[in-house]
Design a protein around this ligand. Sequence first.
Ligand SMILES: NC(=O)c1ccc[n+]([C@@H]2O[C@H](COP(=O)([O-])OP(=O)(O)OC[C@H]3O[C@@H](n4cnc5c(N)ncnc54)[C@H](O)[C@@H]3O)[C@@H](O)[C@H]2O)c1
Length: 296
Amino acid sequence: MAVVTIVGGGVIGVSWARLFGAAGWEVRISDPRPDLGELVARELAGLPVTATDDLAAAVTGADFVQEAGPERMEAKEQIFATLAAHTRDDVVLASSSSSLLPSAIGEGNAAADRIVIGHPFNPPELMPLVEVVPGPRTSAGTVDRAVEVYRELGKLPIRLRKEIPGFVGNRLQKVFNDQCFYLVQQGVIGVKDLDDLVRASLGLRWATIGPFESGVLGGGPEGMRHLLAHVGSQMTFETGSPDPARLGEVLDAVEQAYGTGESAYERLVALRDARTRSVLEPLGWPEPPAVDDHQQ
Ligand SMILES: NC(=O)c1ccc[n+]([C@@H]2O[C@H](COP(=O)([O-])OP(=O)(O)OC[C@H]3O[C@@H](n4cnc5c(N)ncnc54)[C@H](O)[C@@H]3O)[C@@H](O)[C@H]2O)c1
């Protein structure tokens, strides 16, 4: 049985562990958190998972490493130094980082050619996408192997042509979320209404077709050129940006709308997961592999 080591047993690490474990991998999960044993017993029961706080031991003999530790460069540097020292030189060291550059994570690391971003969307066990982002020193073999592993897990790995902070998914998300904060701060709409508005429009649309394809259709038979000349030409307004000093007001409104703490979290996770599971298959996931994913 192939062995994967998941580094970090937080939100993302536990979900990766479920995904790899269900796909037949032997999973080792490493995290210094004192409740690691209880976490594994509670969240990963029935899967072939072992847990340890000893990272070097957890990666020795592993066939693939998926890092999901803290999103701080110092933490990544330390973790990847240990990974480089205790893994074979054919083992991919993939980081789940949401925005940190693979070149920065690999800086000064003897295994920089094996370091690649494998950025999932939360939760990795359900969301199809994994962004595969090489740094300048990442080898082609590393990228190929990461793509192969994610594809075998039923994911849609998309390789970026070069690194950029935030990659693609989170750059788009940042712009969008900034505007959400701005509109609430401006008193245009409330938190729950904004969420409903997105679910009922852009969310549903983008689950079926992407923004460019949508633009093609919005222009009718004349396509996106017509849409831009016609509707787009009037959208000359400034979009504005949120006031960083007033983010707290929006966060208060979000907490009021959705609650906080363990029970609210569990209720919201259950709702999201049930809805996501119910649409994946009708929407055609998992997709059959593209003939040549270099063209994607
Ligand atoms: N939360 C998201 O929506 C999301 C989505 C995609 C990617 N990511 C990325 O995944 C990674 C993990 O994020 P998360 O949301 O699961 O964070 P988290 O805070 O829930 O979990 C991080 C875990 O790392 C552990 N940890 C700390 N030091 C460690 C070490 N030296 N070795 C091993 N584990 C250590 C912590 O104890 C904690 O359990 C980050 O890089 C983040 O950017 C997060």
